[in-house]
Structure formats: C-alpha cells, structure tokens
Write a protein that binds this ligand. Structure first.
Ligand SMILES: Cc1ncc(COP(=O)(O)O)c(C=O)c1O
Length: 497
C-alpha cells in the first residue's frame, strides 16, 4: 500500500481520474516497481487513501485489466500480470496513419515504432483512447441492433446509407456547405476518399499538384496511380500563389490536393484571399481542387477556419471529410461531396474499392448524428485539444532553444519546427527515440526527400499532462543535438534526384 501513497491525481486535469490512476499504476508495473503477481490494494482502502470514489478505483482496475496489465482472481482481488504478457501487447503503432499506406518503403517502415508507457508520443495523429466516446457509442450501437436487426449487416448502397446522407446534408449546413444527397458519397475514411479520387480521375502520367510539404498518404496514393506529382510550396498564409500560377503556365493538372485549414504537417491556414485566389485559378485553368478537411473544427484563436467548399462558387471543389481525428479513426468513416461532373467515376471507383462502407457503422453514426450526441462530443474534443494546444504553445515558447524556429499555428494538432539549415531531422529522430520521445522527421512529408531540417510534433496522441514534461525533455535533447552535430560536417538535406 505504501507504494501507492505517492500517486497524485489532479482534478483540474481534463483526463478522467481513473485514467490518471491507471496510468500511474501502469508506470509502476512497467518500471518493475510492482512485481508480477503483486496484489493491488483493496478498492475501498485505495479510494480512502487517494480521496476518491470507489468507482474511480473500480474503473482504473477494469481499464488495466482491459489493457492486459492485471488479472482478477474471483474473491481474492486484482493482481499484476507477468511481464511477458503485457509486453506482448506493447502497442505497435504506426507513427501516423499516413505510414500505413506507404507499402514497402523501408525507410518509413523503420519509423513504425513500438511505444510503451514511458514513450512520449508527439508523432502519432491518433487520438488518445480516453477521448473515444465508448459508452455513448455502445448505446447507439445497441439501439441499431434492436431496431434494424439483420438489415444492419447487409450490403449498403455503394454511395452510402441514404438516411445518413440526409443527416450529413443537414449537418454540413453548420459549415455553410449546401449540398444535395446525390453529391454525397460515404467513404471508409479520408484515405479511401483520396484513393477513390485517384482511381476516378488520374490516368497514367497525369499531372497532379500538391502542397509541399503534405500528407504522406496522399502522395502514396497519387504515386500508386503513376501520376506526375508537382510540389508547390506552402507558406504561413497558404499555398504560394505565384509559384502555383507559374506552374499552371507549364502544366495542366487534373487537380490540386490541399488542406486549407491547419494543414498537415505545417499547421498553416490559408488566408481568405488565398482561398478565393485558388478557386479563381481552378476555374481559369480548369482543374479540380481536392480539399481534405480533417481538422477545421479545431480553431483556437478566433480564426474562422471555414472550408473552401463553403465558398465553392464554380463547383470545382471535391470535399473530403474525415471523422478520424475528431471522433474515432477505427470506425473508418467519412464522406465526400463532389460535383456531379465526376459522379459516375466516383461511384464506380468506390464500388471497386470496397462495395460499400460498413452498414452497421453508417447506421450507428446516423443515429449518433440525429440525436445530437455528435455535436456534444465535438465540443468535448475541442475543449481537450484546445487545452493541449495552449500547453503546447506555452511550453514551446518556454523551452525551445532559440536556434530552432516555429511559426505557431492558430489551431489544429500539428506543429512544424525547423532546425538550422543543414541539420538532419532524421538524426534528431534517432536521438529522440533513444530518449523515449517520438517525433516525425520532415522528409516523410515530401515527394522524394531523404532528409530535411524540419520535424513535426502532434498533440493527438500525447496526454495533456505529458506535454510540458515532453517539450522540456525534447528541448534538452535539441540543445545536446545542436552541440554535437553543430561540430560535425553538416549533411546535405537536398532530395536525391
Ligand atoms: C491530412 C490527412 N488526411 C487524411 C488522413 C486519413 O484519415 P482517415 O483516418 O479518415 O482515413 C489523415 C490521417 O492521418 C491525414 O492526416
């Protein structure tokens, strides 16, 4: 029981008390402070000691059991599992979902890391599990099973469950987007949306434009269709319009793939002027704009991150919306809104991909939307992510050595940081891994760079109370890194052509 007296739970913290407790016990297990088969304290005793409700302890123990760290003996209590059993389930997570789609690129497979409980994960874009609305979703799921019965398990219309498309049509009015149900396609995640567009629109050798840097999964998808990919630099207020115009005089792209709000990886947001300019250019040069809106809800500085689709006066924007970052990536659910000019191509590309998105998930999500539980959940996510964002910006301002540079974003989850010219973020990544911190080296976000002086941090997978400690640790690593590598001959960071 003595070992438990140092556990500190923080009621001010956005994380549930039971999660805080379960994390503290997990740490004791992983570090060996609690040996295998040690009995955890009785519920009431620990509750008294920590000044919390019995339910908090029950939930923490249940959480640890679900995660395989402890086992229950009926009538005797809860015990620590042998090490080997919880190590086996050591989370083998891709640093970001984008890494799933890069096939046999061995450099990136190396970035597929094993995390453990002492790892501070600034790399993954997957929300921490405590953010998932498990019990609300369970209720909706049960209700669907009761009402829809076997119908929930049949094939769904390829374009998507009609009542869900109606709900989405209503829902997107809050984003100022007007659409008909026939323009809406349900997709199994945004990555599938990008892939469907690639199948539908790209023929061998077609030109597509991307922001540089950009989301890796999109590059992989365009490459898989043998597209000729042209990178256009992104600036703090959006794509470099001059460079875009110059490229448009030379190439005829099928489309440009952009993230106008809180771009991945830079966190940058387009100014209204650049949004308008991009639409005008799409009309003038006759190309589509693929808008990947995965985060526009997460605006934290009174910046209205409205989607390009909401001002799409020329019907040029194919809008892709993922629910992964603000809901549950594992559901594999999102939607697309497309101009009718690409209707046949999109519908048949979706059919070829997976016939239809899971009917059970579509029906459950539809109920979730209709009952307004979704809106409540978004507000919850906004609060948590805002807190993480604020702590992150404060900590970066406080600890980062002055030789590294960041343009702080106005929302979202991503922070794009540059080392002085010539320094390698691949080397920094390796040093961080040795110190149980994970970052994403910048080269991942370019078409064919092997190394870069940029790296990305993300606040989705890091618990709020780990952020300050993590940034402090990272900054100390950076200070060492700049000293060690500053004395070496600098490595080139240009792409291998
Ligand atoms: C910009 C961007 N688009 C799309 C995706 C894929 O999202 P989904 O999980 O909805 O397929 C990601 C995932 O990290 C992303 O960062």
């Amino acid at each position: 029981m003595d070992k438990f007296k140092n556990i500190k739970l923080n009621r001010e913290n956005s994380q549930h008390l039971y999660i805080q407790l379960s994390n503290a016990i997990k740490k004791m297990i992983v570090t060996g402070e609690l040996e295998p088969d040690t009995k955890l304290p009785p519920i009431r005793k620990l509750a008294n000691k920590l000044g919390v409700n019995n339910v908090t302890i029950v939930n923490a123990y249940k959480h640890l059991e679900n995660e395989n760290y402890v086992y229950k003996k009926v009538g005797s209590g809860t015990f620590v599992k042998p090490k080997i059993e919880y190590q086996e389930m050591g989370l083998h997570v891709p640093i970001d979902t984008e890494f799933n789609s890069v096939g046999n690129d061995s450099k990136l497979i190396n970035y597929d890391i094993i995390t453990n409980d002492v790892t501070i994960n600034f790399a993954s874009g997957m929300p921490t599990p405590d953010l998932f609305p498990v019990s609300d979703f369970k209720k909706a799921l049960n209700e669907i099973l009761d009402t829809d019965k076997g119908n929930a398990f049949g094939y769904q219309e390829s374009q998507g469950f009609y009542p869900l498309r109606c709900s989405i049509k209503n829902y997107i009015k809050s984003y100022n987007i007007d659409s008909e149900t026939e323009n809406i396609q349900i997709i199994s995640g945004a990555q599938q949306g990008i892939d469907i567009i690639s199948k539908a629109l790209i023929d061998y050798g077609d030109v597509v434009f991307i922001e540089s840097p950009t989301y890796r999964g999109a590059i992989a998808s365009f490459k898989s269709r043998s597209a000729r990919i042209i990178e256009i630099p992104i600036q703090e207020d959006g794509i470099n319009i001059k460079s875009l115009e110059n490229k448009l005089k030379v190439f005829t792209p099928k489309f440009i793939y952009v993230m106008p709000n809180f771009q991945n990886p830079t966190g940058y947001t387009y100014s209204n002027n650049k949004k308008e300019k991009l639409l005008d250019l799409a009309k003038k040069y006759d190309f589509y704009i693929i808008e990947d809106d995965y985060l526009s809800e997460l605006s934290f500085n009174n910046l209205k991150g409205f989607p390009l689709k909401s001002i799409d006066k020329y019907d040029r924007v194919i809008y892709i919306k993922s629910f992964s970052k603000i809901f549950m990536p594992g559901l594999r659910l999102g939607f697309m809104i497309f101009p009718l000019s690409v209707y046949n191509d999109v519908i048949s590309a979706k059919h070829v991909s997976d016939i239809s998105t899971s009917g059970l998930i579509q029906r459950t999500f539809n109920l979730y939307l209709r009952k307004g539980i979704w809106q409540k959940h978004i507000q919850y996510m906004q609060t948590i992510y805002k807190k993480r964002f604020q702590i992150m910006t404060n900590s970066l301002n406080k600890y980062l050595p002055k030789q590294v540079h960041i343009n702080l974003p106005k929302g979202g989850l991503n922070f794009w940081i540059s080392l002085p010219n010539g320094f390698s973020s691949n080397e920094l990544y390796n040093l961080c891994i040795k110190n149980n911190i994970v970052i994403v080296p910048g080269s991942v976000f370019y078409k064919d760079k092997n190394d870069s002086n940029y790296f990305r941090l993300n606040t989705a997978s890091v618990y709020t109370e780990q952020i300050d400690e993590g940034i402090k640790k990272l900054s100390n690593i950076l200070i060492q890194f700049l000293k060690i590598y500053g004395n070496k001959e600098l490595r080139p960071t240009t792409p291998l052509l």
